[in-house]
Design a protein around this ligand. Structure first.
Ligand code: ADP
Ligand code: MG
Length: 251
């Protein structure tokens, strides 16, 4: 069952084409990594799925519901309320955590479930505590984000994203802002989610992480998907010259 269907998506900024005919289907339980050099459109793709950007044309379906489709060459979106409802099935984790600085870790996790999903506070708190335990930060429930290390803040950001019970998690370079020695604490959490069959789309510069964690790897260049394969094949036998060059450049 597909959780995310992207068909022939184009995204233009003025005359510049950031996404050029991108099609991608993600099945339930897949962990798909997106790699590619800076400026290739990876973040733009995630942002379009999460409605932080509007596409120029194409189709995006989340959990079999149409976020956007194209009629007579123009992207057509439903009313805002409907967009918000459909996009609640996705949750994004950013490079720079973006936690609410004035809220405790526990409050960061409960704010969306109580204010957006309308859950009772006690229920949301109980679930938040389970999520804190899952990311190994039970003891930080009452701390504020500024009192945490980068790796801890990112684990809270993951817990907060999970709290809305999304069908798909979107990660945009979740370890890029972290010191190399602490990226593993975040990677471990994401790998645990993969083992639990959470559906995930993960933009990463960390090829080892992509190799070890993803069921499929997508290589993007200049707004296009150039190549995709299971990690064993994509890294060992890149077919396109562009991917060969890219892998050489980062080694
Ligand atoms: N808001 C914007 N306005 C104009 N150009 C943009 C905007 N956002 C991104 N771009 C351009 O789109 C291209 C893809 O950007 P991005 O998706 O951030 O790449 P990546 O995440 O792969 O590094 C880049 O050339 C970038 O400069
Ligand atoms: Mg990016």
């Amino acid at each position: 069952m597909p959780v995310l269907q992207i068909e022939h998506v184009k995204k233009k900024y003025g005359d510049f084409t950031a996404l050029n005919d991108v099609s991608l289907t993600i099945e339930k339980g897949e962990a798909v990594a997106i790699i590619g050099s800076s400026g290739s459109g990876k973040s733009t793709l995630l942002r379009c799925v999460n409605n932080l950007e509007k596409i120029s044309s194409g189709t995006i379906k989340i959990n079999n519901e149409t976020l956007v489709q194209t009629v007579e060459n123009k992207a057509v979106y439903p009313p805002d309320k409907e967009i918000r409802r459909i996009c609640m099935k996705t949750a994004m984790v950013f490079q720079h955590f973006n936690l609410f600085p004035h809220l405790t870790c526990l409050e960061n996790i409960t704010v969306a479930p109580t204010h957006i999903l309308g859950k009772e506070k006690t229920v949301a708190q109980m679930q938040a505590k389970e999520l804190l335990e899952m990311v190994g930060l039970t003891h930080k429930a009452d701390s504020y984000p500024a009192q945490l290390s980068g790796g801890q803040q990112q684990r809270i950001a993951i817990a907060r994203a999970l709290a809305i019970e999304p069908e798909i998690m979107l990660f945009d370079e979740p370890t890029s802002a972290l010191d190399p020695e602490i990226t593993s604490e975040v990677i471990n959490v994401i790998q645990r989610l993969a083992q639990q069959h959470m559906t995930m789309l993960i933009v990463t510069h960390d090829m080892r992480f992509a190799k070890d964690s993803a069921s499929r790897v997508i290589y993007m260049d200049e707004g296009k998907i150039v190549e995709e394969n299971v990690p064993e094949k994509l890294f060992a036998n890149p077919e396109s010259l562009r991917l060969q060059e890219f892998l050489k450049s980062i080694r």
